[in-house]
Design a binder for this molecule. Structure first.
Ligand code: SAM
Length: 216
């Protein structure tokens, strides 16, 4: 099935189930205007993150990889008024756009963007967390997962994006991003403290997948 059909189906699903709103549309427009790459999650994926975070009653959320704050807005909206989200971003320009987008969405009090290499920032992130979304450089997925696991309470969820990579995940000689995903999978397979799964997805973002791990 061609990409155009996956996109058409995503458009149909989003129109039916994912009400767009000014803050999310403005966040994407501001990200485009600032020249950020168009690699944010799709609207129905953002809505999935929001629903998952709501489902675990998230009060404390970690995001690794902010970009322009599109997924951050979805996640922060799942928080109660006194909930907190910390999002880690290596690129100061991305972080600046994200902060403006979060402020425009009325979420500046709930969501904080910290700038630097995420592995360097994670030691200072305070737990316990209820939900983590990992969506940065795939090479460091296993390291990000280790921190998220250390910080997440029993019953909390850890979600990692882009774990299928157009099917390349099955290639043991794949590129460094594929190697990063495969290290994560090996890490998960040997980790008794979580129950995990991964699913393939198709849609406006092409063929990829999500990993979900619940901390026991
Ligand atoms: N989660 C965002 C969304 O859906 O709206 C998309 C994030 S984008 C796929 C990945 C982001 O991770 C980029 O903004 C990139 O600059 C950032 N990034 C890459 N390497 C990083 C690192 N080592 N530490 C922190 N952020 C990093």
């Amino acid at each position: 099935m061609p990409q155009t059909q996956w996109t058409a189906v995503d458009d149909y699903l989003c129109e039916a189930l994912v009400p767009q709103d000014e803050a999310l549309t403005a966040a994407l427009a501001a990200s485009d205007a600032a020249g950020l790459p168009r690699i944010a999650v799709a609207p129905n994926q953002g809505r999935l993150l929001y629903l998952l975070a709501l489902s675990v009653g998230a009060r404390r959320i970690l995001e690794v990889g902010t970009l322009g704050g599109y997924s951050t807005i979805w996640l922060a909206r799942a928080l109660p008024a006194d909930g907190r989200l910390v999002s880690l971003e290596i690129d100061a320009r991305h972080a600046e756009v994200a902060r403006a987008n979060l402020a425009h969405a009325g979420l500046a009090e709930r969501a904080e963007v910290r700038v630097g290499p995420a592995l360097d920032l994670l030691d200072a992130v305070e737990g316990p967390l209820d939900f983590s979304f990992i969506d940065a450089d795939k090479q460091n997925n296993a390291g990000y997962f280790d921190h998220a696991l250390r910080l997440t309470r029993p019953g909390g969820l850890i979600v990692v994006d882009n774990v299928v990579r157009h099917g390349a995940v099955i290639d043991p000689d794949g590129d460094s991003a594929v190697q990063g995903v495969r290290r994560l999978m090996e890490r998960l397979a040997a980790e008794p403290r979580v129950e995990a799964t991964a699913i393939q997805t198709v849609g406006s973002k092409g063929w990829d997948g999500l990993m979900l791990a619940r901390v026991k």
